[in-house]
Write a new protein. Sequence first.
Length: 283
Amino acid sequence: MEERQSGEGGKIDKAFDGIQVRTHEVPSTKKRKRSVSRYNNISPQRDALKTIYASLGGPDWTRQDNWLFNDNECGEWQGIAFQGDNIKMLELSQNNVRGRLDDPILVDAFAKLGPTLQQLWISENDITGNLPAIFANESVFPHLSILDVGSNQLRGSLHPAFFSKRATPFALLDISGNQLTSYYRYRCNSINNNDHDGDDSVVDGWPTSSPLPHVHVAPSLLTKPQCTDLVDLAIRHTEANGGWTMDRHKAYQTTDVDIAICGDKLLDTCNNHLRTTILPLVA
């Protein structure tokens, strides 16, 4: 930075990385200066952020320092990180964010962040709707590697595009704590023509990069007496330990018991069934 006295009524010229800004002396000890914003060239993304703020209940966010305070300085808005002049991260987790994620206006706003966005953190809020497939579209989000939407109120079928091969694979894709269904129906050709005569087969299964040629179904893992014994053990455990738990999942209410911490015969019985019956079947 270079600084020199101009001799015109106390004016001072300063050079910041080749950008000259003239400031004026004022009677107080504080100096005001006119600055050239480094974020003026991201107007579409800035407008998108304003739409996100309005659509997701921004005025009620727990953390919203500087949002909309200065249009030309969105780099100072809390939860936004830049790489050079580009928005690379939006972090709004645990922030009382509310709204429908699949609202077309909101989807379009996120798409405008897509060319440079690398990380989107919006977990543990009150976001509803479905998870838009556009977040898995590499032509829209070519650099998105972290997508954390866990523990919200999302519902519906998760698009298979989220499990497709990507040039930039997701380092983190957290959809837990929602009511999203990750199964879908796909059509595949059997690789064993002797078994299926080359016919297409419609199969229900977990999305994979190459569809499974066979689906094996176990009609029963445990006998009826074994199931009855487990239920009786669970009832006795809850009666002795304050009842069933109903708040283990933020996204939806359940009535269950966490056997991992019960530490009694229920845990021993479940571990035994897992070791002797379930794991050998799926191995």
